[in-house]
Design a protein around this ligand. Sequence first.
Ligand code: ASP
Ligand code: MG
Length: 428
Amino acid sequence: MALIVQKYGGTSMGSTERIGNVARRVAKWHAAGHRVVVVPSAMAGETNRLLGLAREINPHPDPRELDMIAATGEQVSVGLLAIALKTIGVDAISYAGWQVAVNTDRAYTKARIVSIDDSKVRADLDAGRVVIVTGFQGVDDFGHVTTLGRGGSDTSAVAMAAALGADECLIFTDVDGVYTTDPRVVPAARRLEKVTFEEMLEMASLGSKVLQIRAVEFAGKYKVKTRVLSSLTPPDLPVEIEANSGTLITFEEDQDMEQAVISGIAFNRDEAKITVTQVPDRPGIAYQILGPIAEANIDVDMIIQNQSVDGTTDFSFTVPHQELQHALGVMNNKVKEAIGAGEIIGDPNIAKVSVVGIGMRSHVGLASLMFRTLWEEGINIQMISTSEIKISVVIEDKYMELAVRALHKAFGLDQPAEGVATGLAVGG
Ligand code: ASP
Ligand code: MG
């Protein structure tokens, strides 16, 4: 008998018929003797609809009231699911976040969970009930309803699993797991049976949008075993099969994790590049360029600068795509003359492609395999950055898909898991 938290996304909760299927799936786990807490999202499209209503009245509504409105989507879901479970003879009870309570800070529309009181939930589980708790919402220390940011139900579920010390958190969604890359770009992409949370964090932050990134951070911090799996399989799929399906986000860099040197190829087009030319090469320059960018609250991701030969050098960095104009304004108004630079050039047509894998810690030659592969495709690398488990490059965005396909093949990810080692021998 295990304690399991199950999260169902908006698509899974998308109609009363689908909610009926969720109820059958939950009932199956309950009948197998497990203690089950369910954290559902709002029905698909509902959160957008609710936020849209508020913005019809005022394009910039008060965030507190926005949360009051947005949180109702999840409240409808938990009530409907409780009714569906009771209808098929399973004792169930639903709670809103403030009833549990799921305590958050006061940052409306992007609140963070501070603590969860698990006493009510435990009492209901002890009484044999399925407990259904709203995703996405909580309550601050004034008693105001808060929400956790879009996609926040993932975080609610992982946090609930952490608070309860659950054996596993199952994230049921409309994909059947985490893939080596986006199957729409590389049809040969494979589902990973396991991925470490660190790799998942890199992949989530690099644009693979299976799980809200804060949920992954939470899973890492509190060591919550989290599994991403399909809610589109038959609801009566045997529990033993379902329990081993999908992708497990794990911690142990154990024997069977070792073979996968590279777990995936991530990519995104969410960044733009700014280059400052003829920057004087002297102490304080990086601060003088990036200080005003930080003051304007613009995130900087990659940065490159070289030493100068003749006293000046180019300085490039990337910012979120939607912040490009803002950042260019800051550079032109506050930086260019102050440091006596040449030109400020903005380039929105870039993409970032990354190779991710914990095996990088113990294998050499991976960067050279990556660069050789891109060279063989005639793709120019504009920027490079690395971490312990990732190598990222910036390239022209029109080559992004070509790069992802070539790298997926070169790193042996087109083949089943055993092939990975063989593929890497080439570069190693
Ligand atoms: N319903 C919220 C949203 O659409 C939270 C979630 O689904 O995770 O963002
Ligand atoms: Mg989601």
